[in-house]
Every structure is written in C-alpha cells, then in structure tokens.
Design a protein around this ligand. Sequence first.
Ligand code: PMP
Length: 309
Amino acid sequence: MIYNNVLEAIGHTPMIKLNKMNKKGSADVLVKFEGLNVGGSIKTRTAYNMIRHAEKEGKIHEGTVIVEPTSGNQGIGLALVGAVKGYKTIIIMPDSVSEERRKLVNHYGAEVVLIHDDGDIGKCIQECLDTALRMAEENENVFVPQQFSNINNIGAHKYHTALEILEQTSVRIDGFCSGIGTGGTITGIGETLKAQYPDMVIWAVEPENAAILAGGNIGTHLQMGIGDGIIPDILNQNIYDDIYIVTDEEAIQTAKDLASKEGIMCGISSGTNVAAALKLAEKLGEGKTVVTILPDTAERYFSTPLFEE
Ligand code: PMP
C-alpha cells in the first residue's frame, strides 16, 4: 500500500505486551507505542486532527500562519503537518524543553520562539499562550489551535487512538492510565474505553512535583509533556477513578527498563505511564488487562537524565 503523503500514515501504532516488567500474579500490561508514530509521538495525531477540522470549519486557508504554544511534541506535530500542507508554522515553547525538540521543530521548517522558564512552568506556559494570542490579535492570518481547549485534540483520541486500541485487543480492558498534559489522551481514550467497559478502572497519573489534581505543590520536574501546572479546560475530571503519583526517578528508571528489558525505546512520560500501569496491574491481578500509552520516542531525550549513566 502506498500513502499519498505522510499524513495518511499517521496512527496504526502497535500494541505490545510487556513480558519482563510486571510482577508475578499481576494483570497483563499492553502498551501502545506512539514512538513509532509519524513524527515520533502521539501528538502528530492531535496536530493533524486539529488542522483538518479547522480547514473544514473555514478557520484556516492559504496564507494562514499556525502559531501554537507548546512544551514540545505538539509543536513537532504541527510543524510536520504545516510542512506537508504548506502553512507557515511558529511554535512558542519554554526554554526548558529539551534541545532535541527545538531542533526537530526547526528541521520541519517551522520557526521557534522561546520563552524563559524560571522554574514556574505553569506561569511560563501561560506566557507562551499570551504571546500566541497577541500574535493572533495583531495578524488576522494567524490561527492558534489551542490544544489545551480544542475539542479536536480530544477527538483525535476518542475517534482514532481509542478505536485502534479496541480493534487491537480481543480481550476485555480492565484498566487504563495516562499522564496529563492537555488531558486530550486520558479524556479521549478514557471516554471511548469506558463507554465500552463501564466497570473498568482509569487512573490519572501525575508527576510528584506537579500533582495539581491531587492538590500538591507545583515545581520543576523531568516528566516532560505532562504536569504543566494547570488543570486543562478539556480534561474530563469525571473520567478517572483515582490519581496515581510518580517520582522523576521512578519515571526515568521505568523508561530505562522499557529499553533494556523489553527493547522499547520511549520517553520519560512513557516511564511515568508504565510505572502507574504496573501498579494498577498488581492491584487488578492475574487474568485482567491494563492498557497504557507510550507517548513518544527516547530519541527526543538524549540531552536529558534519561541518557545519563
Ligand atoms: N507525554 C508526552 C511526551 C507529551 O508530549 C504529551 C503531550 N503534551 C503527553 C504525554 C500528554 O498528552 P496529553 O496532552 O494528551 O495529555
């Protein structure tokens, strides 16, 4: 089969069973490996879905400039979609995101604007958003997808990622867990899976230093892409049954184990998700099935502690 362009190849990522990391007597853990997605992360799906819908709704046209505040992967996804569709793209990100992410955005031909992160990531993300909205005010050709409040972010997962998960699993799904950046993943996948399996358990997962849903303090942490210090507009706070907290050390060690024990090269928030999934699997026990997401590839983290010995 030949795709007409790379956008048609988005999605259809593999679901893989973990073999060595779960404890004896635990449920099976299945991971959906979005590091193998076009663009190297789950966020290519949301970029494509938000741009497609904006086109359909007449919000963008030839000459539109796409401007988005993002802590990384969404910028890479939008830069990729902009490159294929011929829209100039400007990505506004905190200067604390890994160098690889900035370089990838540039490599797709998009422009990067950096905003200084002085340790308060919530404040910095807000400044990135304010800058984008100011650009839209000053130029009518600017379109800001606003992933934190765009329902087509949820739609990418509700109508695509989640349906793939259901197609790929012949067994009943008893548990699902996910970290929260925009909340699109947990809301979209959670809503579709819970409609199919109303008794299943869903855990929201938060970094220890950014456990805003659990009422904790917000500080810096290494689990990039989640725990931005805000409760996103599109997050369905009724979709999860419980909150599970993961430390940076646990996230990084789990991501390292995924590579060295299971042969799966994924990013730090994948470690977060799997650390929680292993705990949920232990709780649910043998014969049950837990699903989680590996949002991106490890190759985005060479300059971070993930690759420190
Ligand atoms: N992990 C990584 C690496 C991400 O880039 C993102 C997206 N910000 C997430 C997890 C969380 O996904 P969502 O925005 O759908 O909550």
